[in-house]
Design a protein around this ligand. Structure first.
Ligand code: DGY
Length: 322
């Protein structure tokens, strides 16, 4: 039987590529050549393909979707986020869109926690100091940060990742607060305190950790007005999507000290990073590492292929429809 053709836009973990090559006529991108940054090129390379396995950030907006050949039946993204795909346009063309929920929740919460600690304990500054040969020995007042113990953690977006972070933070004796469109059931809250307004949420917490999807509804959510609602000396962490922060406003708040420190893993227009951040010591900057563990990336690849297999090999509904 002829294998369906699958366009894979990015270099993927070995096990994922091997399974794809076994079950599909797979068009791989083993050197991660940057053609995936060009939607027209993705559409051109999809000629005759039944499926596309893409990744976070690939430009699958309306223009790309419109240019795809009729042969494409499914877009399976190697990400939980789908803000890079015009899903209504795809569905209107009868193209299924799938993602990789659950398998990256713990890893992404780990990165949020890492950033919280980096911001609270000035770990980025310390690391840069040692590397620069500027450390001249232990000193009683050197790089004093703040402890997370007993602090109030505010989780914006109390989904799977936010709940994993809450579980980790309980182990650090933090008090958990959250803001979401609706209150979670008691078995998910596990004592976390729901806030039904931004003002009540932001004025209560010591650390804000953002876990909201990209898109127009959350664009520049953390703006000057909301930053002003936060307690002086609070921390801000974002491992969700970059566009949900107004970068200029956060830089101003970091410069004034109203926000003591921040930790960011995601950026508006990444890999571009707002220039104001680079000049500041009190912000830890990571290169979108949220799901970057060997275990998680293998699981994400398996989930992408499970979705593709259901639609293209068995003619069934995809298990993880976005
Ligand atoms: C996602 O899955 O959406 C992440 O941002 C990349 O792992």
């Amino acid at each position: 039987m002829t294998k369906p053709t699958l366009l894979i836009t990015r270099h993927l973990p070995a096990a994922t590529e091997a399974r794809a090559a076994r079950d599909y006529d797979a068009r791989l991108n083993p050197k991660d050549d940057p053609w995936f940054r060009d939607g027209a090129e993705i559409a051109r390379r999809a000629a005759g393909a039944s499926g596309i396995l893409c990744a976070a950030g690939d430009p699958l907006g309306e223009a790309t979707i419109a240019a795809l050949p009729d042969s494409v039946k499914i877009i399976s993204t190697f990400s939980v986020g789908t803000d890079h795909i015009a899903i209504p346009a795809a569905r209107a063309r009868g193209i299924e869109v799938t993602n990789t929920p659950e398998v990256l929740s713990f890893a992404t919460a780990e990165i949020a926690f890492t950033l919280m600690l980096m911001a609270a304990r000035r770990a980025g500054e310390g690391e840069r100091m040692v590397r620069a040969g500027a450390w001249h020995g232990w000193a009683p007042t050197q790089l004093m940060g703040i402890t997370l113990e007993g602090k109030r953690l505010g989780i914006l977006g109390f989904g799977r990742i936010g709940q994993k972070l809450a579980a980790m933070a309980r182990g650090m004796s933090m008090e958990i607060h959250y803001r979401d469109v609706r209150r979670a059931p008691a078995e998910q809250e596990m004592g976390a305190i729901f806030h039904d307004s931004d003002a009540s949420f932001l004025s209560t917490i010591d650390v804000l950790s953002m876990h909201v999807p990209g898109g127009d509804a959350t664009r520049k959510w953390l703006n000057a007005e909301r930053l002003a609602m936060m307690r002086a000396g609070s921390l801000v962490v974002n491992s969700g999507r970059g566009p949900s922060v107004d970068d200029a406003a956060l830089v101003d708040a970091l410069k004034s000290g109203h926000i003591r420190a921040a930790g960011l893993d995601v950026y508006d227009g990444e890999p571009h990073v707002f220039s104001g951040y680079r000049e500041l010591q009190n912000v830890a900057l990571l290169p979108h590492l949220g799901s970057a563990t060997i275990e998680t990336r293998d699981a994400m690849g398996a989930r992408c292929l499970d979705n593709l297999d259901a639609v293209l090999l068995r003619g069934e509904a995809a298990p993880h429809r976005a």
